[in-house]
Design a protein around this ligand. Structure first.
Ligand code: PMP
Length: 403
């Protein structure tokens, strides 16, 4: 190993012996996260921001402590941290809450061809409703954000640039600060889909350059059902609430309502309270390892996997083949084999990888494939997982008569 701690004992599910290589879809949960949620539910649970009784005060404190913890993780102001249901909700909130207010005919929205549907479909919907047009930055031959094409597409009609912080299908990490500063030169707002980036690489919103950043807890060792929309305060102030209901108002009459201050304005209804406690514990866990070490570990495994996969007959790697600006996600296909069949054979060898379009159908079309098998690493993976993957792939190749 590369000096990275062996954390497998913290993840009960790994006792099943699975070589879990699908953290890009959702990560496993360590004991401290499970225990924090259990403890809170047993001792301190009530609804938040409502009761004057002690349990509700304790629950509110825990919920707001989670917000502060997220803020510290991102080097943000706690008021800029909005809890949502996940990255998808966060991105819809920006597209509808900001886009419906600020986009109109003649305006342009710029995304990329490698977006997850969560950062594409909402913009299609908002473009249709506002009359704005949607355009896409292409990728280069090795699957990177095409900066030259981006520069050509940028003009003062572009009002928003929405792109992935790290591609869930290719592992590519676009250079956000540069892309953002170019967007800001034409006064466009910058939306970063951080669903893959934030779990794997330390993010400081003061230097990232984004105006909005979306991510999910379940991909960063936390529970499902909660995610974050971070926004710079001036950007959040430009946004209308996407949902109305309890908790988000200052006053309501039969015909009108005024909004609570940010961030509560954007958190209508009972939030995911136990899950906020779990996310807090997940961030503590990640920070106790150190985000720099986590990123280095992902890349260490990626380097080994890229080298070893290149030797497996019939295997093709889609996306960057070196470590420059990429994280621990590798998409592969095997000649003459469907990605789903490949994943099924790997499963028979105890290796869990995802097969499909990875909610990035336009990207699959760009790559000229129907689907890929995707390997993704996280803190609990080791070189043994790569051994199992490679040996499973070789067996699949023999079975399908490849090479
Ligand atoms: N964006 C990217 C890049 C993703 O990988 C995902 C999850 N696959 C999402 C957005 C959506 O996240 P969620 O399903 O947690 O809302």
């Amino acid at each position: 190993m590369n000096g990275f701690p062996d954390l497998r004992a913290d993840f009960p599910i790994l006792e099943t012996g699975v070589h879990f290589l699908d953290s890009g879809a959702s990560s496993q949960k360590p004991v401290p996260v499970l225990e924090a949620m259990d403890r809170f539910a047993r001792t301190s649970y009530a609804n938040v921001h409502r009761g004057a009784y002690k349990l509700s005060v304790a629950a509110t404190e825990a919920y707001e402590a989670a917000r502060q913890r997220v803020a510290r993780f991102l080097n943000a102001d706690p008021d800029e941290v909005i809890f949502t249901r996940g990255a998808t909700t966060s991105l819809n909130m920006v597209a509808f809450g900001w886009g419906m207010q600020h986009l109109g005919p003649g305006d342009r929205i710029l995304t990329t061809v490698m977006e997850h549907h969560a950062n594409l479909v909402p913009w299609q919907m908002v473009a249709r409703r506002t009359g704005a047009t949607l355009d896409h930055v292409p990728i280069t031959a090795d699957g990177r954000f095409d900066l030259d094409a981006y520069r050509e597409k940028l003009d003062e009609r572009v009002k928003v640039v929405a792109f992935t912080g790290m591609s869930n299908a290719l592992g590519t990490i676009p250079v956000t600060p540069l892309i953002a500063s170019l967007a800001h030169e034409v006064d466009a707002r910058v939306v970063v889909d951080g669903a893959q980036l934030v779990p794997h690489r330390g993010v400081d919103v003061k230097t990232l350059g984004a105006d909005f950043l979306a991510f999910s807890s379940h991909k960063m060792l936390g529970p499902t059902g909660i995610g974050v929309l971070w926004g710079r305060m001036d950007a959040l102030e430009e946004m209308e609430p996407f949902e109305g209901g309890g908790e988000m108002i200052a006053d309501v009459t039969l015909h009108d309502a005024t909004w609570a201050p940010i961030p509560h304005r954007f958190e209508a209804g009972t939030p995911s309270i136990i899950e906020a406690v779990g996310l807090h514990a997940a961030i503590d866990y990640l920070d106790s390892i150190g985000m720099d070490r986590i990123f280095a570990h992902d890349r260490h495994l990626t380097a080994i996997a890229l080298e070893r996969l290149a030797d497996v007959p019939g295997v093709r790697i889609h996306g960057p083949r070196d470590l420059e600006d990429r994280g621990g996600v590798i998409s592969i296909t095997m000649d003459g084999t469907h990605a789903h069949d490949l994943a099924t054979i790997l499963d028979e060898h105890g290796v869990a990888v995802r097969a499909g379009h990875h909610c990035a159908k336009p990207l699959m079309r760009e790559l000229g494939v129907a689907a890929t098998a995707r390997v993704s690493f996280y803190v609990y993976n080791t070189e043994e997982d790569i051994d199992a993957l490679v040996s499973g792939l070789r067996k699949a190749g023999e079975l399908f008569g490849v090479g």
